[in-house]
Write a protein that binds this ligand. Structure first.
Ligand SMILES: Nc1ncnc2c1ncn2[C@@H]1O[C@H](COP(=O)(O)OP(=O)(O)OP(=O)(O)O)[C@@H](O)[C@H]1O
Ligand SMILES: [Mg+2]
Length: 128
């Protein structure tokens, strides 16, 4: 499984938007989530991408990593990120700057490496 949730639950005050959802997605499988307005689709994506914290007892796994308590930037580094229903572009930046803003997680060298012209961890990254 590339993505797995167990007992995924999220409450907003008294409203239970997600109640003990078990979900599994195999590698290379494509699935859609459908449901009426307010049924919890966006909440699900916000939970698995780390934008929202899930309630105690929930479990989320991506590509072998327990990401239940992992912040969004680290989850993005593992290769899981979400898009938005309405595009959230940086209005005052160019198209190429907007693309570059999300690309840093894929760059196999650090700022220091770039300054001194050294490559880092290329071997391990090339296998992905
Ligand atoms: N940040 C929040 N604070 C409080 N309640 C929220 C929040 N986000 C979602 N909800 C509530 O959780 C429930 C699920 O909302 P969600 O946005 O996940 O539904 P959806 O299936 O994505 O709907 P839509 O089809 O309109 O996009 C709704 O009752 C919504 O009002
Ligand atoms: Mg939605």
């Amino acid at each position: 499984m590339i993505l797995k949730t167990k007992q995924l639950t999220k409450s907003f005050g008294g409203l239970k938007a997600m109640d003990k959802v078990d979900f599994e997605l195999k590698k290379n499988e494509i699935r859609g989530i459908i449901g009426p307005n307010g049924s919890g689709k966006s909440t699900f994506f916000n939970l698995v991408s780390g934008i929202y914290d899930s309630d105690p007892g929930s479990y989320i796994e991506f590509d072998g990593h327990d990401i239940t308590f992992t912040p969004p930037y680290k989850i993005a580094g593992y290769g899981l990120s979400r898009t938005f229903q309405l595009l959230r572009l940086y209005q005052d930046m160019t198209v190429i700057d907007n693309v570059m803003a999300g690309y840093h997680t894929k760059v196999p060298y650090s700022f220091i490496d770039a300054v001194v012209g050294r490559k880092k961890n290329l071997g391990s990254r090339e296998s992905h």
